[in-house]
Design a protein around this ligand. Structure first.
Ligand SMILES: [Fe+2]
Length: 251
């Protein structure tokens, strides 16, 4: 497939049906409409789309109380696994014939959604880790304005993490684009996500994020996480989120 056609498919530009690997793909329904002669290995081999496992933006040994073994395992096995599984499930979807049962397609689409969210959430999580950062600037002002103080915010986020924990979950400080205010969300699984918000700060409370080092001591991990927040990344995300809010308000 040429690069221009691949880009066209990726963006779904101008039509709900896009050319893909010699066949047709309905962007709206997600259904394949391949003619029988198009079901050649070559047309299937054009997929899946490629996703890259992003390297850590810090040295694993630089963090406080989060060991290189824990971080490396989390990054390689859980985040890396989500990226690889996303590519695999996309390939399985592309192999489906047009008359495949709906439940087969919807099951795969559900897995695709969960793996994609896991990939995105983990990339944001690792990006907002780093030792020796202090909250300041616009982020400090926004947090103090919404929660009264930084300590009150931290207490709410830590308690939320301990409450959601028990195997799975994310705690996300996000920017609500419509209300134009920060929100703190607790979500139980990768396939849930706060609507209408841009994530600013993410805390992974899946067991795989801490059990290697902390066992059942989730609170110990949460304290270590707070000692390793890269607030400069949070500040940059907040600037972008507020810019999007302003654009939406104007439109
Ligand atoms: Fe994780």
């Amino acid at each position: 497939m040429s690069s221009s056609r691949r880009q066209f498919v990726k963006l779904g530009l101008g039509t709900s049906t896009a050319l893909m690997g010699g066949g047709l793909f309905d962007v709206v329904s997600g259904r394949l409409a391949l003619a029988s002669e198009d079901r050649s290995p070559a047309s299937i081999d054009a997929f899946p789309r490629k996703y890259e496992i992003k390297p850590l933006s810090f040295k694993p040994e630089s963090l406080k109380d989060l060991s290189p073994k824990l971080i490396t395992s989390h990054h390689e096995n859980n985040y890396g696994g989500a990226v690889k599984n996303l590519m695999k499930v996309e390939a399985e979807i592309m192999k489906l014939s047009a008359d495949a049962p709906a439940f087969v397609l919807t099951g795969l689409k559900s897995s695709e959604h969960a793996f994609r969210n896991s990939m995105i959430l983990h990339e944001l999580y690792f990006e907002n880790l780093g030792a020796n950062f202090k909250v300041k600037g616009r982020t400090a002002k926004i947090i103090s304005g919404a929660w009264g103080s930084q300590s009150r915010f931290e207490s709410e986020m830590k308690t939320s993490g301990a409450g959601v924990g028990g195997g799975t979950g994310w705690i996300i400080l996000g920017w609500d684009l419509r209300a134009e205010q920060p929100i703190l969300s607790c979500i139980g699984h990768n396939n849930q996500f706060p609507a209408n918000s841009i994530p600013l700060l993410l805390m992974d409370v899946y067991e795989h994020a801490y059990a290697i080092e902390y066992g059942a001591n989730l609170k110990g991990y949460i304290d270590a996480f707070f000692a390793n927040i890269n607030w400069e990344v949070v500040e940059k995300r907040l600037e972008k989120a507020e810019s999007v809010s302003k654009l939406l308000r104007r439109s």
